[in-house]
Design a binder for this molecule. Sequence first.
Ligand code: GLN
Length: 538
Amino acid sequence: MSATKYIFVTGGVTSSLGKGIIAASLAKLLQARGYSVTIQKLDPYINIDPGTLNPYEHGECYVTDDGAETDLDLGHYERFLNRPTSQANNVTTGRIYQSVIDKERKGEFLGKTVQVIPHITDEIKYRIKLLGNTGEFELVITEIGGTVGDIEALPYIEAVRQLKWELGEDCMVIHLTLIPFLAATGELKTKPTQHSVKTLLESGLQPDILVCRTQMALSDEIKRKLALFCNVKKEAVIEARDAETIYAVPILMSKERLDEVVLKRLNLPYNNEPDLDNWKDFLYRLKYPKAEVSIGLVGKYVELKDSYKSIAEAFIHAGAANECKVNIRWIHSDRLESVNVEEDMKGLDGVLVAPGFGERGFEGKLEMVRYARENKVPFLGICLGMQAAVIEFARNVLKLEGANSTEINPETKHPVIALMNDQKSIVNKGGTMRLGACDCELKEGSKAYDVYHRKVISERHRHRYEFNNRYFQQFEENGMQMTGINPDSGLVEIVELLDHPWFVGVQFHPEYKSTVARPHPLFVHFIAAVLASAHNPN
Ligand code: GLN
């Protein structure tokens, strides 16, 4: 294979323009033309990874197979490309500095003064090239977090400048920018873009393509003006209109020929059109559903939808698979402690209790589980949601008064959920949970087996507490079955109720593995069960 080509995506004017979606859409188009491509995100913050960040700060923490706690954009990359990412796909300033400082302590710099240039920039370049050096990818797209002009992003921009110098034609920059519409004069304005390109130029970086977020069409005149002031070809000024769904962006970008301009610039063949048949089929099913259901998503960070990004997206995939629109009603678990759950359940066809940490809102989650169990409402519990299902069953069916997780009440008389042994001596919070892919063996004849149609599955984890196997038999004898077990450790991974149309709790996170091409079977079956019961109200 010839040398890997590198595409960088920077952002200008404002944050939240959707660099991740543009990067993922471009990658999708290149993949659909037969190229092997991956995407990487460089995050300028000083945390080592987002694992210790409050979801209110940074949205969901996405977990890869190899157990990296990463930025939620990696979720988009996987959902679009249907290819797993890894630790190498997400790098933070904290991690860069940590490895440079570790090397300094080991004396690897042979007495030199350690500086941002060249030591930090060398480390950044090394991390960028890691994916290319695997030999697996013809193209590596690297998204640089933050906005051009931010102090934190400077070493990254400098590293890209150096790489562009080293790699020449094999390296290019796409700048994502905003063309605001000024209602007072009824015009689209190009000045903020001119300024942000100027800021890039001050750092020695000339973008090759401008992708312009805009509410309305860019006239030829505006494109010409942008091209002239920003030193790019007119065909390299790409209009990116607001889309109905993020999944429509690859189609929009294909119409604007973003992939073609990129391939031309990198001297790669672009004769065959991207094969987007399956993608379009998915979009069609998304747009024209034949049914509609409403799911209550119970969590404690529901004000910020990004906190449960992968779950929301998995519902979109599973909805399309079932030709059904899935409405999510976000229910704050704090609230459930003070109000009548029945009120909140009105109009809902299914319940998902979300992952989470800590005590706040937990009793509300238990109330919701109880309602779903007693009223035979389809239920899916994920991680803390599965633990809530176990605790609710212990308290209300097994009559183990005050049963709890030791995370929530360390003094509980009935610790049905307890700290894993290998977690007991851990002091550091970052990267120390049970993380990443683990095998799980399914019990034949169970709902889980029906869902996966396989004896052994692999799913991703992010937790410290587990089902306490001391209670195993008591649960099974009373109707809660342990239908997924880790074959190496004996840890319980899946619980389900016998006497219920569809009640499943999973200790792992299925949502991380749902993609457009492969909607996750647990979500697909959950929605199918919801559809079946919604048409057949009990
Ligand atoms: N707080 C629980 C644990 O650590 C659940 C974690 C989660 O939901 N991701 O085990």
